[in-house]
Design a protein around this ligand. Structure first.
Ligand code: PMP
Length: 284
């Protein structure tokens, strides 16, 4: 069953609540993680939690429990839920304050851990691929709100997703404010060209996906050259394969991007092999 840790207690989801004065709600002032467990084992929990603490540090937020205790709580929650394959949403907000912006008025950050089921793309999307369009909403400038901070401000990505929905597409390519390819609405992007893998560099202003890092490791272990480089839409349109990576989607290919068929539209060889390798890794 779904259960939620909030303000130090484990509760059924119907009873889990936060204050309307919480700055996470009022200002999107907080950070989060999306984590998955497979067969009762949490995939790369340490990497996810390190990203959570780094995100918090970057926004001058001190998480009131240490990494060891946070790790223990995640294991405890998984056990209490009785679920084996599930999605874990960890949220730390600035906490309740007054109606002004000043974060110093928020005495105690709110720590939330939601253990729930996971909603996935239907299996046929993994064979048919995603229909993708470029969104006109750019990612936030990296020196405004760094995309490396997994913050509660997801509106740019939500607006991009809405553009995809309106265009009847499954996913979008987001560009940065200079028009360079960044990522999907909730996933990282890779292209394959002549057997080599290309993906935007972390410092260009993307979220450093845990799945992205795992896929890079798997590719390198299979002796595939990986370039972290600048990508334009041209590189995406003319790629042999294009795929997205993320905790929810795992590895999923694009059938077309802005009406350009990618390869022959079916899942490419390298994408298929990396997806199999990734699926084996999470169950290892
Ligand atoms: N980029 C964005 C904007 C995301 O929200 C996500 C999902 N967390 C990703 C990339 C993929 O990251 P991960 O592989 O850690 O899920």
């Amino acid at each position: 069953m779904s259960i939620v840790y909030v303000d130090g207690k484990w509760l059924p989801k119907e009873q889990a609540m936060v204050s309307v004065f919480d700055h996470g709600l009022l200002y999107g002032d907080g950070v989060f993680e999306g984590i998955r467990s497979y067969g009762g084992k949490i995939f790369r929990l340490r990497e996810h939690l390190e990203r959570l603490y780094d995100s918090a540090k970057a926004i001058w937020l001190t998480i009131p429990i240490d990494l060891g205790e946070m790790t223990r709580l995640h294991q405890e929650g998984l056990k209490r839920s009785g679920l084996t394959d599930c999605y874990i949403r960890t949220v730390v907000t600035r906490g309740p304050g007054d109606l002004g912006l000043d974060p110093r008025k928020c005495r105690t950050p709110t720590v939330i851990i939601i253990i729930d089921r996971i909603a996935l793309w239907p299996e046929e999307r993994y064979t048919q691929g995603l229909t993708v369009v470029t969104a006109s909403t750019p990612t936030p400038h990296r020196e405004s709100l760094s995309p490396r901070v997994k913050s509660l401000n997801y509106l740019p990505h939500i607006l991009a997703k809405i553009e995809g929905i309106v265009a009847n597409a499954d996913e979008v390519v987001m560009l940065d404010s200079a028009g360079v390819v960044a990522e999907g609405s909730g996933a990282n992007l890779f292209v394959v060209r002549r057997g080599e893998l290309y993906t935007p560099a972390v410092h260009s202003g993307i979220l450093r996906g845990v799945t992205r890092d795992a896929v890079i490791e798997l590719a390198q272990a299979a002796k595939v050259t990986v370039h972290e480089s600048t990508l334009n839409r041209f590189d995406v349109y003319t790629a042999d394969e294009v795929f997205f990576t993320g905790t929810g989607a795992e590895v999923i290919h694009a059938r077309n991007v802005d009406g350009r068929l990618i390869g022959d539209g079916t899942v490419g060889k390298l994408t298929a092999s990396l997806r199999e390798k990734f699926r084996a890794l999470v169950r290892a």
